[in-house]
Unconditional design. Sequence first.
Length: 360
Amino acid sequence: MTRRTPRLSRLRRVVPEGRGGRPAAARPEQARGAKPRRRGAQPKVVALGGGMGLSASLAALRRITGDLTAVVTVADDGGSSGRLRDELGVLPPGDLRKALAALCGDDDWGQTWARVIQHRFQSQGDLHEHAVGNLLIVALWEQLGDHVQALDLVGKLLGAHGRVLPMSAVPLELQALVKGHDPDRPEDVDTVRGQATVALTPGEVQSVHLVPNDPPAVPEAVEAVLDADWVVLGPGSWFSSVIPHLLVPDLLDALVKTKARRVLSLNLAPQPGETEGFSPQRHLEVLGRHAPKLALDVVLADEAAVPDRDSLTDAAKRFGAAVELAPVARTDGTPRHDPELLAAAYDRIFRMHGRIGPWR
């Protein structure tokens, strides 16, 4: 049985003024051109990202809506995914697998399958550290010859509470311009290649791009974004999991044009290597440099992770967004999101911002 999401009473709202002094996030839904929804309907939500950040968001979102789609980055080149990609020329399946596992239910069936697809073999041979789910996904790709159909079939097998789609149908290489990648040349800017390398770079990432630089988006992913009520971007590795979605032209165009409301979920702490020393507002600044036409409606952050609320509010205002502060971190002191608290924060945001009535 699905656990009931707790009510969240400590969500703090910091709203920038829009044109004419009106709160930017309080625009009526009709002004965005969206169709009014039936009372009791669930929101259509699309979550974009990769890795553990997207998994955290999906584990929360599946608690509050049954109409959920994950759009997942496909630039991973490390570990089991990288080996399969190099050997077979396929999309890296690892982040897709993690998203499917996060969508598994809390019943015995869901939790058993989540453990199975996440299981990694330990051996002295070629199977060492390969994840079962990676092999299953790649096998179905080869059998069916269709990325989307295969992922839908895996989701059906797992009883996943949502759909998982790759952002592109071709494997992508992430490249970054990094200042000080070589400690002996701290002022030089070098090109660093590969998602796994970018994520651990010792220098300061200036910008990222994809190879090829105009990859085709999966049509179903574009359609999902255009048809959504809410689009959730982040949390996750900023340069290697979040920003890459903005570098796929058709996907970025859909994110700019969609009538959905857009929420950006910030990380709980800077990531060593990739965003070392970043403030919450700096995360927004680099996002804006990569996608200057992107607008947001809400920026969600953990209240304990925002030392300078005024600066974050100013940064969010440039996107037309309100800032929502809520306790969403686990209480064990680790920089990980608590699915129940994050679900409650999302639920309250969906209800607060321009909705006529409750979703359920």
